[in-house]
Design a protein around this ligand. Structure first.
Ligand code: GUN
Length: 288
């Protein structure tokens, strides 16, 4: 079993980006600038956004964090998005989700200038991605594709089972893995909450990607011997062993599943760091 080290791959990518930014600065270029809008007090969202800001500092990028109270109106938040669209110094920005219930995530996403949409959530970027055109592709699926590529995991003709059909992960990832390319050329099954006989599906998977946010959901008896497992789940669970009182837990019952796999990603240290590295990469692209 090979443990896929997302932390190390993400650090390599950050180093590559840092070198590119340094050489750009030496040639009189601009420092790329990522902004993030964060609404409310959700602890996990604050942690993720802080990690994104920290990654910017590490590679020598400029970052701005725009914090807003949970009771901000939808119109005021749309005005913040417009300010960032209009700010020529900001190359790319994100609106961290989830947003409070009174704000339409879709409306906010559609208000972002697709050229600054480094999350790749805007319908223009999603649509371009579907058609294989240059676009910002969503960070988590792109990060997974890059992990598969850097570990040279064979994908052609493999049966890939993705569990979870979100716009952010499952749906775009299923498309990317079925594309005529490497990584890709998979036969993809996209499973979700209404899938019947899920275990029958997962047992057929050469590559199994749970992205449902249900800690420890995927058990050893659902996994074929030798499968590749990419665990997208990152749920905060309470823990008496950490200072914060929380730890991250994946969708995979890691201890029992890992011995059956050819490759597996840990949580934390698997997909999560890759999501952030891809976001930084997209920001560098946006600044070009
Ligand atoms: N919430 C969970 N993942 C993400 C992400 O990749 N981008 C944004 N904007 N919000 C998220």
């Amino acid at each position: 079993m090979i443990l896929i080290d997302g932390k190390k791959v993400a650090a390599d990518i950050r180093q590559e980006i840092k070198e590119e930014i340094t050489s750009r600065l030496e040639n009189g270029g601009k420092i790329p600038h990522l902004a993030a809008i964060l609404v409310g007090e959700d602890g996990a969202s604050h942690t993720y956004v802080n990690l994104k800001m920290k990654a910017c500092q590490e590679v020598g990028m400029k970052s701005s964090l725009i914090l807003k109270a949970a009771d901000i109106s939808e119109n005021d938040l749309l005005a913040e998005v417009q300010k960032l669209n209009d700010n020529p110094d900001v190359d790319g920005f994100i609106v961290q989700v989830p947003l409070p219930d009174h704000i339409s995530e879709q409306k906010l996403i559609e208000a972002i200038d697709p050229k600054k949409d480094v999350d790749g959530f805007h319908p223009v970027n999603m649509g371009r991605m579907v058609q294989g055109l240059p676009s910002f592709s969503p960070a988590t699926p792109s990060g997974i594709i890059e992990l598969i590529e850097r570990y040279k995991i064979p994908t052609s003709g493999k049966h890939c089972v993705v569990i979870g059909r979100s716009n952010i992960v499952g749906t775009p990832l299923a498309l990317m893995l079925s594309r005529k390319s490497y990584p890709g050329d998979c036969t993809v099954t996209l499973c979700h909450s209404r899938t019947k006989n899920l275990k029958e599906m997962t047992l057929q998977a050469d590559i199994l990607i749970p992205a449902l946010g249900n800690p420890g959901f995927l058990k050893a008896d659902m996994v074929k011997e030798g499968a590749v497992i990419i665990d997208v789940g990152t749920t905060r669970v309470s823990s008496s062993e950490t200072k914060s009182g929380f730890r991250l837990k994946g969708d995979v019952d890691f201890e029992n599943v890992a011995p059956k796999c050819s490759y597996i990603t840990p949580v934390p240290g698997g997909v999560g760091p890759m999501t952030i590295a891809t976001l930084i990469k997209n920001t560098l692209k946006a600044s070009k």
